[in-house]
Design a protein around this ligand. Structure first.
Ligand code: ADP
Ligand code: ZN
Length: 731
């Protein structure tokens, strides 16, 4: 028997399959992790295929040394996933395997937690007086165990020393029972099981359509509060009834204890949660519970799409438009590609849910690639909150230079007086966005990244939001020497302070990356806010999603324009999504909600469509623009990003690549819409200089894309090249 093995070394030159002979006496499994000889070393690898023969000469074939686990880590369907990801994103096989098999499983360091319950043996009890009187720790440990009969080894060892306990064990004074335990994250919120709700007719129709599998791929297009989650849960319920499993994905940001609780309270311990906040041990346990079938539903962010579940009956991607479903660092991939491969393999429905689908997804639905299911009413029949646009230029002209318009202040006072809750949204954290010199216009920038630093009042520091580097704030201008330093735009921290002055009696909460650095702070702020009335929650886009606070009646968008002017063809789409999501936080229960949207561009068509919740008209306008200008989905945007420690090598390599792409354009004259090389908008990030070649090419010429990847596959010891197809951002 021979095995095709890929070795665990992440380089292009080793991204291939090697044949090894299987040892005679041990069975080797497909997908198993194995130890193999490689050159003069031994390294880990994965078995991707088993076969009877090899092309290699008998003296060339080496033998697998041994398997590293007694089971296979790669489910059969994952071979389809590997193929798709390889084909679509030209990833190295080993990088794909690293996605499929998380590092906690791979390195075998974390095992199921073994608890050793120690107790005094009969021999120990009878011979206590034999312990030498100077062995104080041993005597104390035994005395302790007499009062607390079953004590965890780790606890004993911390109290009396590892050595002491081990000596007592070897002398036969102490013995222990071993039990294996699973850590269950957020177990404290594991609630009682609740019954499924009775679906509305519309919801029932949605569930039926999804289960009918007319088309495996579905877009559940439902306004905020239309009960999409209940649809997901009942689709999952059907899967469980058929003895199948399910994957439920939510954006990282909305993977709150609340979401988890919702699923736990429906499906109990069948739910395993996968997210980046878990400790290695917790991740290992949850992965294993899914692998061995103890858990049947994986709830998690992007990476949970690789959950080791067999026999899938449903895959759900909630808020499918969310940017976090696209991996932006190596290996770069889109969740949907994996989801489709797994859905096809299992012949199970895939549901994409959103109130504001991406233009691309909706286009797919219009083209018949996805089944379009619409939920256009809120469950409680409440109207969507009314949105008022406030022209901030007008405010400014009439002498109001504060960040709060007269109207917003007014509405806030009303809500506070009515003992209600308010959410204020600003997509900018920190006290103010930058420090600048009023005299010469100097702006404080990070020394490692080409971005301005953000002032944080709490710790009186300037921070780089790209690399986290911290600097002392300016007292005088390093450029002109004057002391005319002022703060630029207002951030969440400053708003919090101003609110406290305006409403001294009202509790103000703030939620952004700075207040949510620890694992539980996110949950804590939200649950505190929920309990407090009246209260104001100020936050970045973190508060835009997934929270259901019935008492929130007013939502304010302090500066809606912030996402409108990204140098990106998706700016309109992102603004539409953001405004709609934020607005959806208001009026989710009996009380009607209100939204105040502050903008300097009140006539922009995006605002016109979002205030009317008219996604369809927005979509029609946008898809026409995209078609005319040939942007995705009518083309593919390709960015070849070159980074290097020094400026010149990056520039040089970019130029070389650019010339080759120009030749390619001669070869495929009809497929190039745009080709340009440039410094990246953020010319330096984390000490690396950045250049890029941007291309827009026909959407269906696979051969051309292949060649772009081939050209970009250069080995250069000074610069690194990344190819991205339809990247999330081009900065
Ligand atoms: P969406 O995910 O579409 O924004 P949710 O799933 O949050 O909407 O639903 C909004 C509210 O309606 C939730 O409080 C949910 O419990 C409730 N709900 C959903 N379906 C039903 C139903 N069939 N009967 C009663 N209440 C429902
Ligand atoms: Zn920096």
């Amino acid at each position: 028997m021979f095995a095709e093995v890929v070795v665990d070394v992440s380089t292009n030159s080793l991204d291939k399959i090697f044949d090894y002979e299987c040892p005679k006496n041990i069975e080797i499994l497909l997908g198993q992790r194995v130890l193999v000889p490689f050159g003069r070393q031994t390294i880990e690898g994965y078995v991707l295929n088993l076969k009877e023969t090899t092309e290699l000469q008998p003296n060339q074939v080496k033998q697998i040394i041994k398997p590293l686990d007694d089971f296979s880590l790669i489910l059969p369907e994952m071979f389809d996933v590997i193929r798709e990801l390889k084909q679509e994103y030209k990833l190295r096989i080993i990088d794909i395997l690293h996605l499929i098999v998380p590092s906690q499983i791979r390195n075998g360091k974390v095992k199921q937690q073994v608890v050793k319950n120690c107790f005094l043996t009969e021999y120990g009890l009878e011979n206590l007086d034999q312990i030498k009187s100077n062995a104080k720790n041993q005597i104390q440990a035994c005395a302790y165990l007499r009062t607390i009969p079953n004590c965890d080894f780790t606890k004993l060892a911390t109290k009396f020393g590892n050595q002491t306990i081990n000596t007592l064990i070897s002398k036969g004074y102490i013995a222990f029972n071993e039990t294996k335990s699973f850590r269950a994250p957020m177990q404290d919120i594991s609630p009682e099981i609740e019954a499924d709700l009775t679906l509305t007719d519309l919801q029932q129709k949605a569930v039926d359509t999804i289960l009918s599998k007319q088309n495996l791929f579905n877009l559940l297009f439902g306004v905020t509060g239309s009960g999409k989650t209940e649809v997901y849960m009942q689709v999952i319920r059907e899967a469980l009834k058929n003895n199948q499993t399910a994957i439920m994905l939510v954006p990282e940001i909305s993977l709150t204890p609340k979401t988890v609780k919702q699923f736990r309270s429906r499906f109990g311990d069948l739910v395993a949660v996968l997210h980046s906040g878990l400790s290695d041990g917790e991740k290992f346990d949850e992965w294993f519970r899914l692998y061995n079938g103890t858990a049947k539903i994986a709830v998690g962010a992007r990476s949970a799409i690789f959950a080791p579940l067999k026999n899938l009956g449903a895959i759900i991607i909630d808020e499918e438009h969310d940017g976090s479903y696209q991996s932006e660092s190596n290996p770069r991939y889109e969740t949907i590609t994996v989801a489709k491969a797994r859905a096809k393999y299992n012949d199970c429905p895939l549901v994409l849910g959103s109130a504001t689908p991406t233009i691309e997804t909706f286009y797919n639905a219009q083209m018949g690639n996805y089944n379009l299911i619409t939920l256009d009413k809120r469950i409680n029949k409440m109207p969507l909150p009314k949105m008022d646009i406030v022209d901030m230029c007008q405010e400014f002209r009439s002498g109001n230079t504060s960040i709060f318009s007269g109207q917003l202040l007014n509405e806030m006072s009303k809500a506070v007086n009515n003992n209600e809750q308010i959410m204020l949204f600003l997509n900018r954290r920190g006290f103010s966005s930058y420090q600048m010199c009023r005299e010469c216009g100097y702006v404080a920038k990070c020394t490692d990244c080409d971005v301005s630093l953000v002032y944080h009042k709490e710790d009186n520091l300037l921070k780089c939001h790209y690399c986290g580097k911290k600097f002392k704030p300016l007292t005088k201008c390093p450029s002109c020497g004057k002391t005319t330093i002022k703060l630029g735009n207002t951030g969440t921290e400053k708003i919090e302070e101003e609110l406290q002055n305006l409403f001294p009696q009202t509790k103000v909460f703030r939620m952004d990356n700075d207040t949510t650095t620890t694992k539980s702070s996110h949950a804590k702020i939200l649950s505190e806010f929920e309990k407090t009335k009246p209260a104001i929650l100020v936050g970045t886009q973190m508060i835009a999603k997934g929270h259901d606070f019935p008492m929130v009646t007013l939502v304010g968008l302090l500066d809606a324009d912030l996402s409108l002017f990204y140098c990106d063809f998706k700016a309109n789409e992102k603004t539409y999504q953001l405004v709609t999501q934020v607005a959806g936080r208001a009026g989710r229960a009996e009380k009607e909600g209100k939204v105040v949207l502050q903008t300097f561009f009140p006539k922009h068509y995006v605002y016109n469509f979002c205030t009317n919740y008219d996604y369809l008209r927005f979509y029609n306008k946008e898809i026409n623009l995209r078609q005319t200008a040939q942007f995705p989905p009518f083309s593919k945007i390709i960015r070849v990003l070159v980074t290097a420690e020094e400026d010149d090598p990056a520039k040089l390599l970019t130029h070389e690549l650019f010339l080759k792409f120009k030749d390619l354009r001669v070869k495929y004259p009809n497929d190039f819409i745009f080709l340009e090389a440039m410094r990246s908008p953020h010319a330096k990030i984390k000490r690396k200089y950045r250049y890029q070649v941007l291309m827009r090419v026909s959407e269906n010429n696979e051969k051309l894309i292949e060649e772009i990847f081939e050209i970009s596959n250069v080995i250069n010891n000074k610069a690194t090249v990344f190819v991205e197809v339809n990247p999330q951002n081009l900065s």
